[in-house]
Design a protein around this ligand. Structure first.
Ligand code: ZN
Length: 353
């Protein structure tokens, strides 16, 4: 059988406080040397950090406007013209994704220094790029050869990003439960290592003593959770370890444009609690975790003009969002899902979560 499998993972992986200026040292430690290094950042906060990194080492800088096809082309042309042999992406998802995409198209090494974490795409061979119509497309990208996450920088990002990151990791629970269902029904194969990486990412967070988005030890665990999720997806060659019914419902809300614009991770994290309820797997500590990090326990508040008509539409649409992906939704009719939601509401109320 032929299946996609990851051929390499980042060789530099550092998560700590105050490490952003250590890039050159991490390269040296790995006996890596480059001639033309380019630091690529966004326009705002990341620009400042990019300048610090570039100035310290005398590297050149490049500022991105956006994550569009046009920006990809412009950066690619620059990389080719100046024989850049290492791209250092400093910024949020848009910068990192553009850099990884250009790395792929120009066959250039790249290293990521995220300034924001909000989802598990942190380490992945996928880039989300905006096409001419303003719609995003997921395209092949080059896996970064290194990821350096400075906790001091991540902490500066608005708390909603950290919340979203926690939500996307929380979703691993319902996603892996759905994966087991699919496996038991002989619909999908199982990758044990990917499964355990995904599960341990979320259980280490939920079982942590001091759940607090601004605590450094919690943030470190959160970042590691995101990274392990990314590796799980890379190992299995699909988003399966981190994406189940909660992502299907979330994608349906986005597709129908019924969302209130909350970040992806917060949305899937919130829906995952309901997915766990559908799976008969919900536990008090999961609910408490969500409440502590500020993820809504009921996701109807994330939907504009919520009504049972809209809910029905969302559940029907969610069945089409990932063709071939089996989940708890396949075991229930839309009416049953809707009835379960009312039970879920009562469950939250009676338990005072
Ligand atoms: Zn996600």
């Amino acid at each position: 059988m032929i299946y996609k499998q990851l051929s390499y993972l980042p060789i530099i992986f550092q998560v700590d406080e105050g490490i952003v200026l250590g890039v050159d040292e991490y390269l040296r430690r790995n006996k890596l040397s480059f001639t033309n290094i380019l630091v690529v950042s966004g326009k705002n906060y990341s620009n400042k950090i990019g300048a610090l990194v570039a100035d310290k080492n005398g590297w050149n800088r490049y500022t991105l406007e956006d994550n569009t096809f046009r920006e990809v082309e412009l950066l690619k042309t620059y990389v080719n013209r100046y024989n850049i042999d290492l791209l250092v992406g400093v910024g949020g998802g848009k910068v990192i994704d553009t850099v990884k995409r250009v790395g792929y198209l120009s066959n250039t090494n790249n290293l990521s220094i995220p300034t924001i974490i909000s989802n598990d795409g942190l380490i992945s061979p996928i880039s989300v790029i905006k096409n001419e119509l303003g719609k995003t497309e997921s395209l092949p990208a080059m896996m970064p050869m290194g990821v350096i996450i400075d906790i001091d920088i991540i902490k500066e990002s608005p708390v909603k990003f950290l919340q979203a990151a926690a939500g996307d990791v929380l979703a691993n629970l319902s996603a892996t439960n759905d994966w087991v269902l699919a496996f038991q029904q002989d619909r999908e194969r199982m990758n044990d290592i990917a499964f355990h990486l995904s599960r341990s990412a979320v259980s280490s967070l939920i079982n942590f003593d001091e759940i607090h988005l601004l605590s450094k030890s919690f943030l470190r665990l959160l970042v590691q959770g995101l990274v392990n999720s990314g590796i799980a997806m890379a190992l299995s060659g699909t988003s399966r370890p981190c994406s189940g019914s909660e992502h299907q419902i979330s994608h349906a809300i986005d597709f129908l444009e019924y969302g209130e614009g909350v970040l992806h991770g917060t949305q899937v994290g919130s829906i995952s609690l309901f997915s766990l309820f559908l799976q008969n797997k919900v536990e008090a500590k999961q609910m408490k975790f969500a409440r502590t990090v500020g993820i809504p326990l009921l996701f109807d508040g994330l939907i504009r003009n919520f009504s049972s008509r809209r809910f029905e539409e969302i559940i029907d649409k969610s069945r089409e969002m990932r063709p071939g992906r089996y989940s708890i939704l396949d075991m229930l009719t839309t009416n049953q899902v809707m009835e379960k939601y009312e039970e879920f509401r009562a469950f939250i109320k009676s338990n005072n979560f």
